[in-house]
Ligand binder design. Structure first.
Ligand SMILES: CC(=O)[C@@H](O)[C@H](O)COP(=O)(O)O
Ligand SMILES: NCC(=O)COP(=O)(O)O
Length: 254
């Protein structure tokens, strides 16, 4: 995903998966994630992220088809590294894709892609997506080995999995996980990658991550949709954007 604006500006990618979760709960046509994407962009989102899962538990192919023509900012498709998803990405050509591991029985994404263990397959997927004009990111744990593997796979971008940081119950473990993310972001930048981050970020834990130098885009969804239940989607997106900008301002002030 491209970084735009100020060099130290961290962008917000709003993940609309869980608007679709509410729709799928009853099989209705509402709430429509397409409407959520439009509202998110109007409220300041720099990108719209959606995860078309193999089990279609939330986002549907119809959502992707419509959003490809509606989203004015960047459309970021999260996808498993399967033949089906590669063909769908080649068909709809979103601006960005992010290859994530997927297990049907998982409640949500549980970890990063093991690029090192499947380097040739990942390199082939990156080549196919790049040939289709789709910018590729790999969703990986904050591990130096995985960043080096992403470079070898030919990915121009990685998204650092912030789930362990977000789920850390103790202050000490949260600080440790933040340092892992900091080191991973620094190493990714040193290797010439664009570095994004996401998973489990919310209004209480986002600032320390947003303050990390060199980050491109934070992809945030579940917490924004949850907050939208109480304050509305536009306000929830705007509030998150403001927290990210405040974190950057704090960093810039030294
Ligand atoms: C890759 C990631 O961290 C999320 O964007 C992913 O989409 C989580 O899956 P669910 O949206 O199904 O919770
Ligand atoms: N890749 C992370 C993402 O898109 C949103 O994750 P979450 O905020 O829903 O946990």
């Amino acid at each position: 995903m491209e970084t735009t604006g100020q060099s130290n500006e961290v962008l917000l990618g709003v993940n609309i998966d869980h608007v679709a979760t509410l729709r799928q709960a009853r099989g209705t046509r509402y709430p429509d994630p397409v409407q959520a994407a439009i509202v998110a962009e109007q409220a300041g989102a720099n990108a719209v992220t959606l995860h078309l899962r193999e089990d279609r538990r939330h986002i549907q192919e119809r959502d992707l088809r419509l959003l490809r023509d509606i989203v004015q900012a960047r459309l970021n498709l999260e996808m498993a590294m399967t033949a089906e998803m590669l063909e769908i990405a080649e068909r709809y050509r979103p601006h960005d894709s992010c290859i994530v591991p997927e297990r049907r029985e998982e409640l949500t994404t549980e970890g990063g892609l093991d690029v090192r263990a499947q380097l040739a397959r990942t390199r082939e997927a990156c080549t196919r997506l790049r040939a289709a004009g789709v910018q590729v990111a790999l969703f990986i744990d904050p591990e130096i080995e995985q960043i080096d593997a992403a470079v070898e796979a030919g990915a121009p971008c990685v998204e650092i999995h912030t789930g362990h940081y977000a789920e850390a119950a103790e202050t000490a473990s949260r600080a440790h996980e933040l340092e892992r993310i900091r080191a991973a972001v620094r190493h990714g930048l040193q290797r010439g990658l664009q570095v994004n981050a996401g998973h489990g970020l919310n209004y209480r834990n986002v600032k320390p991550v947003a303050a990390l130098a060199g980050l491109g885009t934070l992809n945030i969804g579940h917490a924004i949709v949850a907050q939208a239940v109480f304050v509305g989607f536009a306000t929830a997106v705007g509030d998150m954007r403001r927290l990210i900008l405040e974190a950057r301002a704090w960093r810039s002030s030294g």
